[in-house]
Design a protein around this ligand. Sequence first.
Ligand SMILES: [Fe+2]
Ligand SMILES: [Fe+2]
Length: 148
Amino acid sequence: MPIIEDFDARYLLGVDAMDVTHREFVGLVNRLAASDNAGFAAGFPELVAHTREHFAGEDRLMEACGFPAIAEHRAEHARVLGDLERLASKVVSGRARLARAYVVEQLPSWFDLHAATMDSALAARIKGSVRVAAPLAGGGLDKTGSTG
Ligand SMILES: [Fe+2]
Ligand SMILES: [Fe+2]
């Protein structure tokens, strides 16, 4: 049984770029959790690299849409990526126990909360930006005096 379940029911946010990345993330976590020691050691760097891109991509989205809580969301990404990078150096030197415990015991609940709060807020902001952008493209700004 995967340790992160029901992706479609629980984690879809309605922003394709985020949903695709999150589905990949969950797949990597589930695969690592089920792997033997050799498979874990081989696969852990992939999770770290994927997470680095995942967070960098969201950081760019936050900048692009003017996400208000960008500092907090960025700091949370940096904290988790820092954890993963420290664990990766242990895995490289043959000490994978802590990394496995982190993947199995902490990442699923971290993702659950992060997706429901910070990522969900970012997705809402992105979707809101699209709706706001539409009338701007079509004119209709008479009463705001945009062009006079
Ligand atoms: Fe995310
Ligand atoms: Fe995030």
